[in-house]
Unconditional design. Structure first.
Length: 129
């Protein structure tokens, strides 16, 4: 596994820098066949390259979604071809549109510890739950 990770590191670095590249383009750049590159990547990373690229897009979406950028700008910055493609993909990933996800009226906060109730005032009786 160590050998595979060492061989996969240049691939992962290249994907981080150029997430739009296809598996074939990466294989050519690194001197591997498509099949060898696919196996190398999934063995080293534990997921397919397509899943990894989607994960990278998700990371980029959340880096810019909650800024003042438009949905179209977010789509392009995250690597989508256009805003409708981004919206469809986001809805498939999260079950809501990106506009809904960043609307403060729709944001729900979950408090660690199981209860979604606001904390009790100091000195108030505690719920035995």
């Amino acid at each position: 596994m160590k050998f595979l990770c060492a061989r996969a590191l240049p691939l992962i670095r290249m994907l981080d820098a150029h997430p739009e590249l296809s598996l074939d383009a990466l294989a050519r750049k690194l001197g591997y066949s498509h099949q060898v590159m696919s196996r190398l990547f999934s063995s080293a990373v534990g997921m397919s390259m397509r899943d990894y690229q989607n994960w990278l897009k998700q990371r980029r979406v959340y880096d810019v979604l909650y800024t003042r950028r438009s949905i179209t700008q977010v789509a392009y910055l995250a690597g989508f071809a256009d805003s409708p493609q981004f919206t469809r993909t986001f809805q498939r990933w999260y079950g809501q549109t990106p506009s809904t996800a960043r609307d403060p009226k729709h944001v729900r906060v979950f408090i660690h510890g199981g209860s979604n109730q606001p904390p009790a005032a100091p000195g108030a009786p505690q719920d035995a739950g």
